[in-house]
Design a protein around this ligand. Structure first.
Ligand SMILES: [Zn+2]
Length: 510
């Protein structure tokens, strides 16, 4: 006899509202779309929210009813029919179990924007709430990049966000959330939530929870969780590539009573405001970054491992088109050798590589084809086709460990000075946050002198330990690290650093 029944659903998308490509169901199918019993088959023992939820449920004898787990690589707004399709799958599960239902667990992102709407998660949870009523607890897990709406806060009993960026604690997030839900199901907890919104937009790399101001905010959050009444302190430093009213820093705190939640939320919000200048920095643009890498190689620094550079502006993990050329062009122009570049999404050039064949040379215009925000194509590029793969591999690093990836047809093309730059060419978009992407095309990333990954901060989890230095590049694009590069018209203003703000312009949190 199971100790309760919980409906589990996963529907996750980080929507870059500036990206022109709409996110339909095929983009979920390309990344992850599991139904029913496929979910435990594919996700048990993986470092994902669903993996963590399954772990606790099986340990505690909770019966999970599986609906859907769908996730797409970040991109433009979610097509209305795709949003309805996955929402319906969750609702069908809730209805099928309505006579015997003790809780609902949803693994969401928090920054989903469907077509014609400004928030995906609030209305989704509201529909679930309408079906289960006020007495069945609903707990959600969220990505640290959620832009949290008031509507979502009103509908959930508790929310649990990743504590780490890079997100190496997805499994633990699922476990934490499931433990809270089980306490509620047993009548041991009836939580309250309070949310404050400090008007501060950090630069992308400054959201790193391993050092700098975010590390300190997170340490304070963990200390506050030691207090008697506090259940979970969530910190969302904002996904600034979305022009919606809920976009912004938020600190929703879950506690046993409203007063305690409010006190901690305000304390943290005041701290974030006080530290606002520390969330900005000066990062090099591509020419300066590549010449800095060259200097490090010349100085022998790379005996300890490669210089790892991040092409932040074109991070597919934030909606980047993944065919941006500004950094690759610089690597070729400055004559880097023993260098790698991941990724370049260019199906046309893949086709040309396959036509030429392994061991042959080919010439093509590479990249810069999706839009005019990520640099021009590199014209008449001559390259050597080293390998062609099916683009299938599973993460072996600390993030999403065990999760499967599908790059589509993939080629390792050597180009530039003495064919010294190895480019991983793909058909699909994927943030190359896991170093297995190199190994699956036959490259040992540790042996390169310089490598570039299209990533904002996640790459640090797998690459920082092997590197002599990491270098975030302030490259242009849809995922520019600087919120000042976006036209944000629908967010609450004023907002630092978009607007001039004096000390007394902030709400009184003292
Ligand atoms: Zn995230």
């Amino acid at each position: 006899m199971a100790d309760g029944t919980v409906v589990l659903g996963g529907f996750s998308h980080e929507t870059n509202t500036f990206a022109s490509e709409m996110t339909g169901r095929p983009l979920f199918q390309e990344r992850r779309e599991y139904f029913g019993d496929e979910i435990p088959e594919k996700m048990r023992n993986t470092n994902t929210c669903e993996g963590g939820v399954i772990d606790v449920a099986e340990t505690k004898g909770i019966d999970l009813y599986y609906t859907v787990s769908a996730s797409a690589t970040p991109s433009g707004v979610v097509a209305a029919d795709a949003y309805e399709f996955y929402t319906e799958k969750i609702l069908e599960g809730v209805e099928a179990r309505s006579s015997n239902l003790d809780g609902v667990m949803l693994c969401l992102h928090g920054a989903m924007v469907p077509e014609g709407m400004t928030d995906g998660e609030g209305p989704l949870v509201q529909k679930v709430r309408e079906r289960v009523g006020a007495d069945v607890p609903i707990v959600v897990t969220l990505d640290l990049h959620g832009n949290i709406s008031d509507e979502l806060i009103e509908q959930v009993d508790a929310l649990v966000a990743y504590e780490e960026y890079p997100h190496t604690d997805m499994g633990d997030t699922g476990r934490r959330a499931m433990n809270i839900l089980v306490r509620m199901m047993r009548g041991e907890l009836n939580p309250a939530i309070h949310i404050e919104r400090p008007p501060v937009l950090p630069m992308g790399p400054k959201q790193n929870t391993r050092e700098g101001p975010m590390a300190e905010v997170m340490a304070t959050a963990r200390e506050c969780e030691e207090r008697d009444d506090i259940v979970k302190v969530n910190v969302f430093p904002a996904f600034h590539q979305a022009d919606v009213p809920s976009m912004g820093f938020s600190v929703p705190v879950v506690a046993t009573n409203k007063e305690a939640a409010r006190e901690v939320s305000r304390e943290l919000a005041a701290y974030v405001w006080e530290r606002r200048e520390d969330f900005l920095d000066n990062y090099p643009e591509p020419p300066e970054a590549v010449s800095r890498a060259k200097e490090l190689v010349a100085d022998g620094a790379t005996e300890d491992g490669p210089v790892v550079m991040a092409d932040v502006g074109d991070n597919p993990g934030g909606g980047g088109v993944a065919d941006g050329t500004t950094v690759l062009r610089e690597m070729i122009d400055q004559g880097l050798t023993n260098a790698g570049f991941a990724i370049m999404r260019d199906p046309e050039v893949i086709e040309a590589c396959i036509e030429a064949g392994v061991g042959e040379r080919m010439t093509a215009d590479l990249g810069g084809k999706t839009d005019d925000m990520h640099g021009d194509p590199i014209e008449d590029l001559d390259g050597y086709v080293k390998t062609i793969t099916d683009g299938e591999f599973a993460n072996t690093g600390p993030m999403g460990t065990g999760s499967e990836n599908h790059l589509g047809r993939t080629a390792h093309l050597q180009c530039g000075h003495e064919d010294g730059v190895s480019v991983i060419l793909t058909e699909n978009r994927l943030q190359p946050l896991d170093a297995e992407i190199w190994r699956h095309v036959g490259i040992q990333p540790e042996r390169l002198d310089t490598l570039v990954v299209k990533s904002t901060n996640h790459y640090r989890a797998d690459y920082e330990p092997m590197s002599c230095e990491v270098l975030p590049i302030n490259s242009i694009g849809l995922v520019s690290m600087d919120p000042r590069n976006f036209k944000l018209e629908h967010i609450p203003r004023p907002q630092f650093p978009l607007d001039e703000m004096a000390n007394d312009d902030y709400p009184d949190w003292e």
